[in-house]
Design a protein around this ligand. Structure first.
Ligand SMILES: [Zn+2]
Length: 110
């Protein structure tokens, strides 16, 4: 888990403690209304999208046959973003998908 995920989880878990313990009958809050779990989760999911996009994900590899100058069929590797399926290029140094912004993990740790 990365530091952004830890921070978001900490804040949401901390907020949930107050939500569960808050006694609306006992305290007069005026115009202030206590946060409810549904609102918290809706806002958390927006920030979760950013964290997920910034967290590198393994690229998808596939092979295809192409013909080059000598017209002989040649097997080539095609790399795709696991999030949107858009083509990404290792030789261009794509650390992020140019189609959707997903952070990419090119490490070959098989
Ligand atoms: Zn993408």
């Amino acid at each position: 888990m990365n530091k952004y995920q830890e921070s978001l989880d900490f804040l949401c878990n901390h907020a949930m403690e107050y939500i569960k313990d808050f006694d609306c009958e006992e305290y007069d809050c005026g115009d202030y209304y206590p946060l409810d779990e549904e609102t918290l989760n809706a806002n958390k999911s927006v920030l979760q999208e950013l964290i997920d996009r910034a967290t590198p994900v393994k690229i998808n590899e596939e092979t295809a046959t192409a013909k080059f100058i000598d017209d002989r069929p040649t097997t080539v590797m095609i790399y795709r973003c696991p999030k949107c399926g858009g083509r990404v290029h290792p030789f261009d140094g794509d650390l992020y998908c140019r189609h959707c912004g997903q952070a990419l993990d090119w490490r070959d740790d098989q």
